[in-house]
Design a protein around this ligand. Sequence first.
Ligand SMILES: [Zn+2]
Length: 81
Amino acid sequence: MSIILIAIVIGVIAFFALTQINKDGKYADLGINISRVYCPNCNQKQPIMRKPANERQALFGGYTCKKCKTEMDKYGKELKT
Ligand SMILES: [Zn+2]
């Protein structure tokens, strides 16, 4: 019983630690972005629930704008393809 409790506490701490990762740091890909993302090109709000369009998006998150097809990472930074 106490092991489950400890596991939950560690999980919660790990989650909050991941949300605090600096998006410009070298661990940015591991971070969790909890704020809404807007398209850097046309300012279109991106959906919370997303369907990964490719492997990179499935692994690290990111969006493809429905309006202008701009690819961005999970922080809303445009990706050059
Ligand atoms: Zn767009």
